[in-house]
Design a protein. Sequence first.
Length: 259
Amino acid sequence: MGGAVARPTRWNYQTQINMIQDSDRSEVKDIQRRMQAVIKYDFDKQVDTLSNIIEGLYANRLIVHDAFNKTIKTHDFNYKDEFAKSFHVDTVGDVNDGAKHNIPNAKLNDTNKGLYDYPNAKKMVLTETSKVHNDYEFVPVNETLPKITSQIASLKNLNLTMLVYGNTQINAGDVINFSVPVMRVPGSKEPIQNPYTSGRYLIMAIKHTMSLEAQSHEMTLKCMKDSVRTPYPTEEDALIVGKDNTRDINIYNEDISEL
């Protein structure tokens, strides 16, 4: 897309009631609706905050040593600050909303910092020597490695597996739109789409399954998304970490006193 606009969606998928076939079961009434139906889906992995911290998704630190200039420089990566500088899966058009990241904007009360303010969560050391090939200079590693580290970790979040009807018009690398309603009690009003799990997904892999006997063609899609369609709510007050002012209770002593 030339870096000027986000990649458009290739296909729309949505969860819906099983297709109603004709009495002779020879053809489907609405082919387009069937091609957009999801036979089965499952979220293999939601957002794993602990793994994201360890792998440097939210923050990481890069220490670069230059043997020619005899320098050591430290570069800190902040996920929140860098998010709005590039397109993501749920970016629509040419406007990148910096609030669509997959971590709520919340801070801890003891430090008043977010998870993206701790670069020591993952520390990397690399040698980048100047003048290796006369005047040729490589792309500065501090501009690539911290972001690559964060993006690779983001591939493991919001992983979706879908079983759909065969469609050779989509390929790995395409962006699709997936709609799933919010789970609510029976008898609720019109279904509403889940603001966080619905939206645009990137196809990482496709497995085609064809059966001549059953005259069927199905696909298993492995998808991911590194952002959400609707930004998470912002916490104005810092989260409480540690011991609060409530008294300690020993359940065993409480049971004895009741007896």
